[in-house]
Design a protein around this ligand. Structure first.
Ligand SMILES: [Zn+2]
Length: 179
């Protein structure tokens, strides 16, 4: 989460006139800057940017906001992206604060990855163990044994076509009932 006081600092360090002028060329009109509104279609400018208040406001459609709001509304940026962009321009680094529950969630994730790691080690240790005469009778099939089995099975099948019906899967026909 981005701390609120950083947002305030950031807004005081950037100039909304410069930010908006990059997207919508502004013209000075008295104390403010104006342009045709980028948020609605118009021929005479009712979009006004105040350098003293650091706000934009449209008297035509009511669009209103800060430099961050403008980047979100006009450039379609997310709030963190808009903050990140402005901070980069201002030479500031965006600080992050932890939200409630972040620490717990991180610990849970660490626990889970620990379990997965242990399971992976256990599995690898099991696979690495070579079958010895005393363990070949066990029902566990090592990957190496499985590969040997499939190779010999494939060699057997290579010369034969699949039988159209194996006796075990053939559906028995119903016989005419003896009356
Ligand atoms: Zn407008």
């Amino acid at each position: 989460m981005i701390p609120n006081d950083f947002i305030q600092t950031l807004l005081s360090r950037v100039d909304i006139v410069e930010v908006i002028d990059r997207h919508v060329p502004l013209r000075k009109a008295g104390a403010n800057f104006v342009a045709c509104c980028p948020f609605h279609s118009e021929k005479t400018p009712s979009f006004s940017v105040s350098p003293t208040k650091q706000f934009y406001h449209c008297f035509g459609c009511g669009a209103h906001g800060t430099a961050i709001g403008f980047l979100m509304e006009h450039a379609g940026k997310s709030f963190p992206d808009a903050v990140e962009d402005l901070a980069r321009d201002a030479g500031l680094e965006v600080p992050r604060v932890e939200r409630e529950g972040d620490k717990e969630r991180r610990e849970e994730a660490a626990d889970l990855s620990g379990i997965l790691l242990a399971a992976a080690r256990f599995y690898r240790a099991g696979c690495a163990r070579r079958p010895t005469p005393s363990t070949t009778s066990s029902r566990a099939v090592s990957p190496a044994r499985l590969r040997r089995v499939s190779a010999s099975a494939m060699r057997r099948m290579a010369g034969k076509a699949w039988p159209p019906h194996s006796p075990s899967t053939r559906i028995p026909r119903s016989r005419p009932r003896a009356s």
